[in-house]
Design a protein around this ligand. Structure first.
Ligand SMILES: *Cc1c(COP(=O)(O)O)cnc(C)c1O
Length: 243
């Protein structure tokens, strides 16, 4: 499949850039996973990406995942252990929590104690004994346009969140500012990692994952400790503009 072949090269080039960035920071590149962000990407290209070796995927809207899931499941049977995993990386409204718990393997955008409690309640119902992996989204730059916990809010609420039995609180996530120069994103990534270290010293229930870095700044994020980089355009090219 021609599309798959091109994506094999793309994936190899991305992994090479991650390896180089990890090397500069003395990190093990195997600790960095690529999450392929497929908003606006049609199912056949997602299947090509699976064929090219990508395994972790993300949508930013529950409805878009839902619209594609039938096609993806109909075509594909996966060898054991190679099923694609799906992350939610967009804001989650409370009336969509049930669908999100059904459709995603990880919710990266838990941004309030209320939302965490609601997800916990539904996960305990739908997936008893299998805690749902989540990340806590942090608005590191206090950007009014972005969702996420303020760091002080997270310090206040984290004990209550890690106590929720149907959630596995695997780490923190942030959406960096849009910047022309990736260096300008570095302070955000440094701050998220520092916050994670500070919080983990007091809360054993918080995992080590740091989801940070996108197409324009993922190498800087890897240098600063990202374990998940969320890449859309680097893999699938420019998105159609949604004006
Ligand atoms: C779209 C999106 C990405 C990927 O962005 P690119 O710049 O295309 O890599 C990452 N994270 C979130 C939350 C997104 O919505």
């Amino acid at each position: 499949m021609e599309a798959s072949e091109r994506l094999i090269d793309t994936r190899a080039a991305i992994l090479e850039r991650i390896a180089e960035a990890a090397g500069r920071a003395g990190r093990d590149p195997a600790r960095v996973d690529v999450v392929a962000v497929t908003k606006t990407v049609p199912p056949e290209r997602i299947l090509a990406a699976i064929g090219a070796g990508f395994r972790a995927f993300a949508e930013n809207r529950v409805q878009e995942r839902q619209a594609k899931v039938v096609e993806l499941d109909a075509v594909a049977t996966y060898p054991a252990g190679e099923q694609p995993r799906w992350h939610l990386v967009g804001p989650l409204q409370s009336n969509k929590v049930r669908r999100a718990v059904e459709l995603f393997d990880m919710i990266e955008t838990v941004d309030s104690l209320d939302l965490a409690r609601r997800i916990d309640r539904i996960a305990s119902e739908l997936r008893a004994g299998r805690p749902l992996p989540v990340l806590l989204q942090v608005n590191v730059d206090a950007d009014a346009a972005k969702s996420g916990f303020a760091p002080a809010e997270l310090e206040r609420d984290l004990a209550a969140i890690v106590a929720l039995r149907a959630l596995s609180v695997d780490g923190l996530m942030t959406v960096g500012r849009l910047v022309d120069d990736p260096e300008l994103a570095r302070p955000t990534f440094v701050a998220l990692r520092a916050l994670s270290e500070r919080l983990r010293a007091r809360h054993a229930g918080l995992g080590v994952h740091l989801s940070m870095g996108m197409t324009d700044d993922f190498e800087v994020a890897v240098e600063e400790g990202a374990t998940l980089v969320r890449l859309g355009r680097a893999i699938f090219g420019a998105r159609p503009s949604t004006g």
